[in-house]
Write a protein that binds this ligand. Structure first.
Ligand code: SAH
Length: 358
């Protein structure tokens, strides 16, 4: 394992001190930061306005720990799934989802996931580690480049809906997002970023205290504790009452609209009574509901509801004056859709081995 430190985790002021120590002028630090954040340099070698000896000295001391694309799969609908290799050999996934007007990046927050939502493939992996802020940023940087190459335009939206539970990696996620939005880095508007959580009440409140400007989505999937606990064990410690209270607090502090995600499972949560519970819960907030198509992850337990029941479900919600969108999934043929990210590769079936924890 390299002893070299992460250059990108170094604040400008510290880098300035390092450069002075090396007998350089302070302004070099700004130049280096520009290479890293604006020009996307991944080696000191590329920094052509630095002396060769400075480049060598920096290379001896620092690393970039940048992500590389290990494998890229392109779906029939042009969705691109990337397996990103981290500096320690772990693999995570990030997806580029093009549509008529948008180009959306779906990014991961952890290697694996510690939650065990019954319908989610990532939930079957163990959680290996949290992603660093730079690793969160790199996914966006690479997907942005792919968007420009493939579609001739930069990313328009970012959703943190890949592997992992972002609110269980709170500090790094907030820092990663700040890199994405900071004008001296990527300068993207926070309004174009959505963080999706399985619902960690305490951390939702913290988002409120931190007055975040990005959007929040909650994976609700049932507005009834007994049903929700059955499919999302996290509901046992974060039940609907606790989540409702946290969301109210978040909304009061930020004024942001809340999105509820709801997969309509056949014969489980697709009745009008379920829709009625969902409408009552959602109406406590300024909110909208995204109905997500279920992407099968095995032969098992869960199935997508029928089109008729889905229509009735959505119509009922509309009759209760809640905003409903039905979201079609993308990239299903390459397992790039929501909940399917489990490091499957082009050979299909087998989970790819993630590095063991030590
Ligand atoms: N941990 C976060 C973000 C990752 S999951 C969260 O739970 O929100 C992103 C979204 O995909 C969530 O709404 C999740 O519930 C949904 N999802 C998981 N498995 C799915 C599947 N098999 N089909 C459709 N959506 C799924």
């Amino acid at each position: 394992m390299s002893e070299r430190k992460n250059i990108r985790a170094l604040p400008l002021e510290e880098l300035e001190l390092v450069l002075i120590e090396l007998g350089e002028k302070k302004f070099r630090a700004k130049q280096i930061m520009e290479w890293i954040w604006k020009k996307g340099a991944t080696t000191f070698e590329e920094m052509s306005n630095l002396s060769v000896s400075l480049r060598t000295q920096l290379t001896d001391r620092y690393d970039f720990f940048h992500l590389t694309v290990d494998e890229k799969q392109i779906s029939k609908d042009k969705t691109v799934k990337n397996a990103f290799r981290l500096h320690d050999g772990n693999i995570i996934e990030g997806v580029l989802i093009p549509s008529e007007e948008r180009s959306t990046a779906c990014i991961s927050s952890q290697v694996g996931c510690s939650l065990t939502c019954k319908f989610c493939a990532t939930g079957r992996l163990q959680r290996i580690r949290n992603l660093e802020p730079e690793e969160i940023f790199d996914q966006v940087k690479i997907l942005n480049r792919q968007s420009i190459e493939m579609l001739g335009r930069p990313l328009t939206n970012i959703v943190m809906m890949g592997m992992g539970e972002p609110l269980l990696n709170y500090n790094n996620v907030i820092k990663g997002i700040s890199y994405i939005t900071s004008p001296d880095k990527m300068g993207m508007s926070p309004q174009r970023i959505t963080l999706s959580t399985a619902g960690i009440a305490k951390m939702i409140k913290k988002l409120g205290d931190d007055k975040v400007k990005f959007n929040l989505a909650l994976s609700l999937h049932a507005a009834n504790d007994q049903k929700r606990s059955q499919i999302m064990p996290i509901n046992e410690q974060n039940n609907l009452e606790a989540l409702g209270e946290a969301l109210g607090y978040f909304q009061e502090k930020t004024g942001n609209t809340i999105t509820f995600e709801y997969i309509v499972f056949k014969d489980f949560n697709d009745g009008l009574e379920d829709a009625s519970e969902l409408a009552s819960f959602a109406k406590k907030f300024i909110s909208k509901i995204n109905i997500i198509e279920y992407n099968p992850i095995d032969e098992g337990e869960f199935k997508q509801t029928t089109p008729e029941k889905l229509r009735a479900f959505a119509a009922f919600l509309e009759s209760k004056k809640v905003i409903v969108n039905i979201r079609r999934s993308r990239g299903k043929d390459i397992d790039a859709a929501c909940g399917q990210l489990a490091n499957k590769n082009t050979q299909g079936l087998q989970f790819r081995k993630l590095k063991e924890t030590t």
